[in-house]
Design a protein around this ligand. Structure first.
Ligand code: CP3
Length: 347
């Protein structure tokens, strides 16, 4: 890694020359270059090719000048190694969007007990080789963020069998608490081994995606989510790379999330960024442009983005990002306009 990079500096709450900016789903279907790759290969096929992983991870760095790359993969890629039959519907060659589908979802305690914890060096070699190929392609230009899904968010797909809501998983919490804990335990172990190996392979930071955790009330967060997330944060601390927690709909719980052991909290657009920063004074904050605005015009996108930069304030420890991922259909020129505006922003 060349001289300290502004993204890693901001994670450590050290001063930076310009605000660092990257965007969740910065590699994806809004890009013509990504769609061209997807004309040739299915989504899971893409995730399993180290060469293609490197190509699509590096493309947004070249195209937009983001300050960090994020590993191209998915929070569900390890599920086949756990014994689950994962496909992405309509995820085959040339097709547009495809949601995840699990043919043998986990419904009973016996299903949970049958799940295997993956061995990343054996089962997810393509991810680790992908990380090495990305770093070769980046050549030290920007740091690489590795990631895993949070146990609750991954469990929602594992139990529902796809993107079908949360009713079955939430029912399991109340109907068979022990099975739910056993499931979160396995998914926590799976998350820890994956993120440790990603860092060993060359990831410079790690983000935990708990996208749907806002579904739970405080009592259930305390029982079924926070203890597991604290273990993932502790494992990350040992690796020495900065850790980022991402969730949505969690504005009511920021102070508590700040105690879990992550270095950075990524917040959605439901809370003003200045309020988020005030409420977690000891941590770096990432966020929080509503990606929907980038479906409109460059002018509207830049106006909102600059409002966020200003509200975030001059104190070190702020990383510009979205509240959730870039949406399909976003004009790439709007993304470029936002990146350039954030980089040009000065106090
Ligand atoms: O952010 C990045 O650029 C890195 C790559 C990345 C993807 N998925 C690529 C992807 C990351 C970090 C993820 C995380 C992920 N995957 C999450 C958490 C973040 C979030 O968005 O809330 C979740 C919930 C998933 C599960 C998942 N993967 C779903 C529900 C879907 C289908 C719906 C959709 O958004 O397309 C996917 C597919 C997926 N993952 C695509 C991409 C680029 C689209 C696949 C395609 O090319 O057809």
């Amino acid at each position: 890694m060349p001289p300290p990079h502004r993204f890693l500096e901001a994670c450590a709450r050290r001063p930076v020359d310009r605000l660092p900016v990257w965007m969740m789903r910065q590699a994806g279907r809004y890009q013509p270059s990504y769609r061209a790759v997807r004309q040739q290969v299915g989504f899971l096929e893409l995730c399993r090719s180290p060469e293609l992983i490197a190509q699509v991870t590096c493309a947004p760095i070249d195209e937009f000048g983001f300050d960090a790359a994020i590993l191209f993969s998915d929070i569900l890629v390890h599920l086949p190694a756990m014994g689950l039959d994962l496909t992405f519907e309509k995820g085959e060659k040339g097709k547009g969007d495809g949601g995840p589908k699990i043919a043998n979802p986990v419904r009973t305690r016996a299903d949970v007990d049958a799940l295997k914890v993956p061995v990343p060096t054996r089962d997810l070699r393509y991810v680790l080789d992908g990380i090495r190929a990305i770093n070769a392609g980046l050549n030290g230009r920007v740091p690489l963020i590795g990631f895993v899904g949070g146990p609750f968010t991954v469990a929602s797909y594992v139990v529902e069998g796809g993107s079908q809501g949360f009713t079955r998983l939430k029912t399991m919490l109340y109907a068979d608490k022990a099975a739910a804990h056993a499931l979160f335990e396995k998914l926590t172990q799976a998350a820890i081994v994956q993120i440790e190996e990603q860092v060993a392979a060359g990831a410079h930071a790690a983000q935990v995606f708990e996208s749907w955790l806002g579904e739970l009330d405080r009592e259930d967060l305390e029982e079924f989510a926070f203890p597991y997330l604290a273990r993932i944060a502790a494992a990350l601390k040992k690796t020495g790379v900065p850790s980022i927690f991402f969730g949505t709909g969690l504005s009511g719980h920021l102070e508590r999330i700040a105690t879990l052991g992550f270095d950075v909290i990524s917040v959605d657009w439901r809370i003003p960024i200045d309020e988020a920063r005030r409420r977690v004074p000891g941590l770096a904050v990432q966020g929080n442009l509503d990606s929907t605005v980038m479906l409109s015009s460059a002018e509207a996108s830049v106006k909102k983005a600059l409002g966020i930069c200003k509200a975030a304030g001059p104190a070190p420890g702020y990383i510009f990002n979205l509240g959730h991922g870039i949406q399909v259909g976003t004009p790439p020129e709007n993304v470029k306009a936002v990146v350039d505006a954030v980089h040009a922003f000065r106090w």
